[in-house]
Design a protein around this ligand. Structure first.
Ligand code: IMP
Length: 451
């Protein structure tokens, strides 16, 4: 079998800047595939000099030779997707109907999934901090075999209505029990609206397997554009503070319908510092005004390190605009990701930002090991809930920071301390750093071909 698949995945908690490297890889790809999650993800792409935020359509759509696939492992909010398609058309991507393919097996997010997501979060003692997009509740319906798939939107309206009636029986009971009657939408109205929506999706919904099989057969490049990330994986992340799909490499292959033998390389993406939205363990997190009341934010006297990282890195969610929790680079997680996700190369973004952070804070830190349960350990432990202990980071410290000149195009031209940082991360993680992001635009990427 041809090895023609490049997988791009997040190594931490999402928001690593996967879009930039996925875009660089998609330039000469035939297929670009989104395989897991839904519009909880978000990335910004640049087309004709204009920025646009995408949540479902793979960013590879900006390259005219690509066919982009929303795979069977995803969950799709049809209204959001129609909006995205209309925006892309208005930006000049007029051939989207022939280049975007949506698996008929992808599951549909309905308004009741979003209300249920809200209800679950409200009832929890420790909420996950979900994006409230109905992602987990849609996957739960899929697992309970009451999910509605994109194919179902093409059924005669009465058949769709029957399916929605069956799916909502228990959910509507829950709404009644929790004073959420206003969220109970009439089933036939829902069926009519989503059946009509199905008409708009006719050019897009199909069986994506033959397209994928053909690309493998002819050794055409396939890029899997990962969403979410390793530590958000429902099986391998910080359960229960995770998303409801499997964004690790194997999960994305499953969600796309790709065989593991076809994988050529896996690129793991991270930032030079770390961030997280939502709740859950974050060993290298730095103190921040998020926990101290906003009166402390941007304090002119001594800003907290977490705030400095957030402000210099513009760490606010693309999807929900929430301020992100911020901290130093955790290379222990990268070492775990190396094995769980089979990462061949790292892409480290925001090396320029980390240099500025270092200049402001007076140092840059890299977590190389943890102290946990009285021992030094080198992989992320999986019993944090049981022990109630967050691993204590052991740091390598680099004093000061650096500035990266806009003209810098190669690894050798990077400031000495920036190269020291890369070397420490490579040593601690065991993964070669092949791609380095040194600025906001897609072109601000150093590629090391000799690693
Ligand atoms: P859900 O995926 O909306 O159920 O949210 C579950 C957790 O995953 C929350 O902590 C979210 O903030 C997080 N999450 C989901 N998708 C992303 C993403 O694309 N980037 C960063 N965090 C995400």
């Amino acid at each position: 079998m041809h090895k023609c698949v490049t997988v791009v995945i997040g190594t931490k908690w999402g928001d690593e800047g996967k879009g930039k490297i996925a875009s660089a890889e998609a330039k000469d790809a035939k297929l670009v595939i989104r395989a897991t999650g839904g519009n909880n993800a978000g990335h910004t792409v640049v087309y004709n000099g204009k920025k646009l935020a995408l949540h479902l359509v793979p960013g590879g759509i900006v390259y005219p030779q690509t066919t982009c696939i929303i795979g069977p492992g995803t969950v799709v909010d049809p209204l959001v997707l129609l909006d995205e398609i209309a925006t892309l058309e208005s930006y000049g991507i007029t051939d989207i109907k022939s280049r975007l393919k949506i698996s008929g097996r992808a599951h549909v997010i309905f308004p009741y999934h979003k209300h249920l997501d809200e209800l679950h979060e409200r009832l929890k003692e420790k909420p996950v901090g979900t994006t409230k997009r109905g992602i987990g509740t849609c996957y739960a319906d899929k697992d309970n075999r009451i999910g509605i798939r994109m194919y179902d939107l093409l059924l005669p309206q009465e058949k769709l209505e029957k399916k929605i009636a069956e799916a909502t029986k228990l959910h509507y009971e829950a709404f009644r029990a929790h004073d959420m009657e206003k969220n109970i939408m009439d089933v036939s109205t829902l069926a009519k609206a989503y059946h009509t929506c199905g008409e708009d999706f006719k050019p897009f919904i199909c069986d994506v397997d033959p397209i994928i099989a053909n690309a493998i057969e002819y050794n055409q490049k396939i890029v899997v554009e990962g969403a979410q990330a390793f530590r958000l994986d429902i099986d391998h992340g910080d359960y229960p503070m995770v998303t409801s799909s499997n964004p690790v490499t194997a999960g994305t292959l499953c969600g796309a319908g790709l065989p593991p033998q076809a994988v050529k390389e896996v690129i793991g993406v991270c930032k030079a510092y770390d961030s997280r939205v939502g709740n859950g363990p974050f060993p290298t997190e730095q103190e921040s005004s998020l926990y101290m009341g906003m009166e402390n934010a941007n304090s002119p006297i001594s800003p907290l390190v977490g705030d400095i990282i957030r402000e210099l890195g513009h760490e606010y969610g693309t999807t929900t605009c929430r301020p992100r929790r911020c901290g130093w680079m955790d290379a222990v997680i990268l070492r775990s990701a190396k094995y769980t996700c089979g990462i061949d190369y790292l892409c480290i973004n925001h090396l320029d930002t980390l240099g500025e952070i270092g200049l402001k804070v007076g140092k840059v830190m890299v977590c190389t090991d943890y102290i946990y349960q009285g021992r030094v350990i080198g992989l992320f432990p999986d019993d944090i809930e049981l022990t109630g202990e967050i691993p204590y980071p052991c740091y390598h410290i680099i004093s000061g920071g650096w500035k990266i000149d806009k003209s810098c195009k190669t690894y050798n031209e990077l400031p000495v301390k920036a190269k020291e940082f890369i070397r420490i991360v490579e040593k601690a993680s065991g993964i070669p750093v092949k791609y380095i992001g040194i600025g906001p635009s897609n072109e601000d990427l150093i590629i090391r071909n000799n690693v």
